[in-house]
Design a protein around this ligand. Structure first.
Ligand code: HPA
Length: 268
């Protein structure tokens, strides 16, 4: 994979310049438009051999390298989820390339269902920890001892503090909670949601956890924010669907953009 990482890094730098990237940002379902806020170069994943072929609607499969609020960022407009091809390490190559481009930190975003009555559709939640409810791991098959990644402070305390400060500064509520990764693509049953609740989950979604593990493996600091698109199964009468997720994500996206812009301006 080392050669592939080097070749992709050269290719990306030939189009976007060699100035080091400071931060990576992965955009979740319905949040892809944030990539347009970046002043930079957009490279379709299709031009980057080994990058995922993302087929989930509501995602924007381009890598955008450029400046946002004075910070050099690499924005992944789409991710490959485990449920697409059964590959929990699908984002390993893109994240390794991010690291090779110079980044030291990653912010992952996602759409999620809330298990907390005080966190409603349209709200944001900062992940302070996660539960790997899928039992999968993107590092299975990795042969080096680096695979034994400590996860005690996987969700970086300093990044989280900075994001909380930014949320406060722009007047956006940013409660913290535990995100449970469910494989998807079917949504959870009400019984599964009750189980996740008992286990300590505050939100549930189909992504992000493999990326957090990979980021820590690669030595990237990482934080993640959910935009809540629905109450989890059985918690309200509302119908849960992908259409609904895509329709609701923009509600939180505007708040997310405000928080991230402030964070980039002040903290990096
Ligand atoms: N469950 C899993 N993933 C999701 C949900 C949900 O309720 N909402 C948005 N993504």
């Amino acid at each position: 994979m080392t050669d592939q990482i080097a070749a992709l890094t050269t290719l990306i730098q030939s189009r976007a310049g060699t100035a080091p990237v400071q931060l990576g940002l992965i955009l979740g379902s319905g949040l892809g438009h944030l990539a347009h806020a970046v002043d930079g170069v957009s490279i379709p994943y299709a031009d980057l051999p080994g990058f995922p072929h993302v087929g989930v609607s509501g995602h924007n499969p381009n890598l955008v390298i450029g400046t946002l609020e004075g910070t050099r960022v690499a924005v992944f407009g789409a991710r490959e989820h485990y449920y697409e091809n059964g590959n929990p390490s699908a984002m390993r190559l893109p994240l390794a390339v991010l690291k090779a481009l110079g980044a030291t930190a990653l912010i992952a975003t996602n759409a999620a269902g809330s298990l907390r009555p005080d966190i409603r559709p349209g709200d944001l939640m900062l992940l302070n920890d996660h539960i790997n409810f899928s039992g999968l791991n993107p590092l299975i098959g990795e042969k080096t001892d680096a695979r034994f990644v400590p996860m005690t402070t996987a969700h970086d305390p300093d990044l989280r503090a900075a994001l909380r400060d930014s949320a406060k500064a722009v007047g956006v509520a940013l409660p913290e909670g535990v995100y449970a990764w469910y494989s998807g693509p079917s949504f959870e049953t009400p019984a599964e949601i009750r189980a996740i609740k008992i286990l300590g989950g505050d939100a549930v979604g189909m992504s992000t956890v493999p990326e957090v593990i990979l980021a820590r493996f690669l030595g990237l600091r990482v934080a993640a924010i959910s935009t809540v698109t629905n109450m989890a199964a059985g918690m309200s009468d509302e119908q849960i669907s992908h259409e609904h997720t895509k329709a609701m994500a923009p509600l939180g996206a505007a708040k997310l953009e405000q928080v991230l812009r402030h964070f980039l301006r002040k903290s990096l």
